[in-house]
Design a binder for this molecule. Sequence first.
Ligand SMILES: Cc1cc2nc3c(=O)[nH]c(=O)nc-3n(C[C@H](O)[C@H](O)[C@H](O)COP(=O)(O)OP(=O)(O)OC[C@H]3O[C@@H](n4cnc5c(N)ncnc54)[C@H](O)[C@@H]3O)c2cc1C
Length: 403
Amino acid sequence: MGPDKTISINGAGIAGLTLALALAKLGFRVVIAEQSREISQFGAGLQVSPNARRVLNELGLNEVIAAHSFEPAGIDIYRHGKSAPLSKVTLGQFSKERYAGTPYAVMHRADLAEQLYKATKAFPNIEILFGVTQTRVEDLGDGVSVIIEREGKASYPLTARAHIGADGVRSVTRTEVLGGRRPQYSGYVAWRAMASLEQLGKILPKDRSALFWGTDYHMVVYPLPQREQFNVVLVTEFALPLEDTDTPEISNKSLSKNKTLSSIMESISEPWTAWPLFNVKTDTWFKGNVAILGDAAHAMLPFQAQGAAMSIEDAGLLATILASETNNAIAFGKWQNLRQPRANRVQDQSQRNGFVFHMSPPLSWARDAVVAGKTAEGHLERLDWIYAHDAFEGMLISKSPKN
Ligand SMILES: Cc1cc2nc3c(=O)[nH]c(=O)nc-3n(C[C@H](O)[C@H](O)[C@H](O)COP(=O)(O)OP(=O)(O)OC[C@H]3O[C@@H](n4cnc5c(N)ncnc54)[C@H](O)[C@@H]3O)c2cc1C
């Protein structure tokens, strides 16, 4: 396949692997340069909302995602200082029907990455190079020249139509090739732990997620039955630097007032893994024949659980546009115009959720009254703009003449 049908990608994370699959399905040759020696097992649970699942299904992944994910029946919301839920959100079958048969699911990030990686194996036109130490990119005007350096191996030269940075929050494609800014620390650390399904199942329902609002923390807990575990994420406000010995802190007052929360904290036997949260804001998603997507372009707080989902949406649409428009400037421009307002809006909402989740009285009283006033089925309405979205903007891969 010639350079005009070859795409070079930096990063085999969620965005890079999804983009590779979508491009390969559309007849492109794809070469991915990944710095790790294998697909990363790093991470914890993530939520695959209907908007992301629609893209994954279009790539033929419905069954494998279903086999490795769990569809919670709902979310129980707890307010600060109370052991019983303030409100219950219905998901499960209700949500599936609301979003045209597409479920809301949770899964481990490593399982999602692994299934995407396995799916790439079916495509001889996808090549993944691991252990990459450096990728040098030169824009040739009518394409790119890429030289990929690897540990203990000869350089890998490549001429491609475009180079896409899917290299995450600390993207060198953004900072070094596009001249974009470094990520900004958000002031929050997400502390992650896995708890046994059996043990935590004595405190929380095994088929539901839970969201705890505090005054200077919030916690998200959901079951991952395939792994016999609950995923627990506690978010606290935290001034860097972070030391290896640091642990999350919730005041004793908060814990003593909420028995459910204190029981969860007591049931965590493994050390917490600290994940400082960063935002990426940049208007420049492409220059010449080089573009960025996913966290590289718009890393966001996980408080709307949309970071991976936005990466998956980005990838699906970028592939379909590159397949239908041969001029990179037009293709990237069109893609950016469609994606940027949505990514910005989701990024803003994620930020706002941090404020809302951590409210103290009297603001929290008003928040609680609004939330308690909703029916279990009424909560999703406010999120339709996220979950009902068609990332392909009507340009479904299965309807492409090239598929
Ligand atoms: C606590 C927490 C919970 C979250 N929960 C959710 C959730 O529920 N739902 C959700 O949608 N999102 C969630 N997210 C966010 C989500 O994990 C990320 O937003 C998403 O994985 C972004 O995908 P990406 O491919 O852009 O980046 P990544 O998945 O980070 O992948 C980047 C890849 O590029 C590689 N790389 C980096 N630099 C280079 C280089 N120079 N050369 C070659 N390779 C390179 C990396 O090794 C990696 O493989 C959560 C995040 C946090 C912190």
